[in-house]
Design a protein around this ligand. Sequence first.
Ligand code: DHB
Ligand code: FE
Length: 278
Amino acid sequence: MAEILGGIGISHVPSLARVVEQDRPELGGENHFAAFRDVAGWLADKRPDVLVVIYNDHGSALSLEVVPTFAVGVAASYLPADEGRGRRPVPAFPGAPELSWHIVDKVIPEGFDLTVCQRLDVDHGLSEPLVTLFGEVDEWPVRIVPVAVNVVQQPTPSAQRCFDLGRAIGRAIASSPGDERVVVVGTGGMSHQLQGERAGYINSAFDNSFLDDIVDDPQALTAYSNVEYIELAGSEGAELVMWLIMRGALDGNVREAHRGYRVPVSSTAAGIVAIENQ
Ligand code: DHB
Ligand code: FE
C-alpha cells in the first residue's frame, strides 16, 4: 500500500528559489530562509517516490477559455509551461500515472468532479517550489501527480470543499495498491496582492495564525469564506486554500517538523511548513 509520509505548504513566488539560494549564510547571506533549507533536508530524508502537488495555474497553460475548478494530470510526463518567454528552463517532470488514475478512480465517484488531463503543462505554481526544494537539477528525483485548482477566476472552490477534497485524495492514496512513499505539497500564498488598490498588501498576523492552524486546527480555516480569504490574505493570498487540500490528505495525528515565514519576497509574504504523519 502507498504511504503518505507528510505534507508541505510552500509559497510559489517566481523568484523564491533564487532568493533562498542567495541567502545561504555560507555564501554570505543572512539565514532568513533557514526553514526552507530545513524542509528541503526533511524532504530528502523522507525519500518520497511521488509528490502529489496541489498548485494553481496562472493563465499560462490553462487559458481563461477553459477553467477547470479541479484538474488532475494522468500523464507520464509534464513539460514546464511557457509563461511568456518560452518554457521555464527546468527538466520535464516525470509523472506517476498509476497513482494519478487510482486517485481519479476513487475520488470522482465520491463526488469530486476532477477534470482528467492526459496532457498538462505546469507553470511556476508547481515548478518554483520544486526548484526551491530540490535545487537546479538535471533530472527530478521524484515523480509527480499534479492537481491544479482554480484560484484565479471567480467563482473559486471554498476552503471547506478544498479540505474535503484533500481528505478524499488522502483516502485514495492510502488505498493505492502500489508501495509509493508519498508527500503531498500545497503551494501558493502567503498573504499577497499583486494588483489593484491594495497592491503590496501583506497581513503577517493572519499568515502566522494560518501557520498555527494548518498544523493543529485546519477545520478552523474552513470557516472563512472565499471573500474573507481575499480580505484577510489578499487577492492572490487566497491561493492558501490549496494548503487545505494538502492538510486534508494527512492523518489527524500529525506533528510540525519545520516552519518558516519571511516578509517580503517580491511583494509577497513567503511561508513554509512541513507536517509529518505520526
Ligand atoms: C508573485 C506571487 C505569486 O503567487 C505569483 O503567482 C506570481 C508572482 C510575486 O510575489 O511576485
Ligand atoms: Fe501565484
